[in-house]
Write a protein that binds this ligand. Sequence first.
Ligand code: ZN
Ligand code: ZN
Ligand code: ZN
Length: 118
Amino acid sequence: MSKRGQRPFRLSGAPELIYGCGVAGCSHLSSIHVTELPPPPLGCEECVKIGGRWVHLRMCHECGKIGCCDNSPNRHATAHFHEAGHPLIRSAEPGEEWSWCYVDEVAFLLEDTSAPGR
Ligand SMILES: [Zn+2]
Ligand SMILES: [Zn+2]
Ligand SMILES: [Zn+2]
């Protein structure tokens, strides 16, 4: 089992991040209902069911489902996009806050919606 750091999807170390809610090139932001990760321990729901393994975790912005990344054998996050048609996910890895749109293939950071006021 090698544990080399793998890249999330096709994002390299410096993905083209677009800040804020007016994300150019993505028209799916209105489908975002869940921005906060569920409390740990996190795990890919589908992998847990079948006893599979995952590399990185992603969370669906629309329904909050946790799935595994494209470096994982079962790619449940992508499978969820195809099954449910929910285009937006975010990283569920500690310290990673980027989001990704499968349809528009654009990475971005959401504004901190938990901040009070505004
Ligand atoms: Zn989009
Ligand atoms: Zn999985
Ligand atoms: Zn979903």
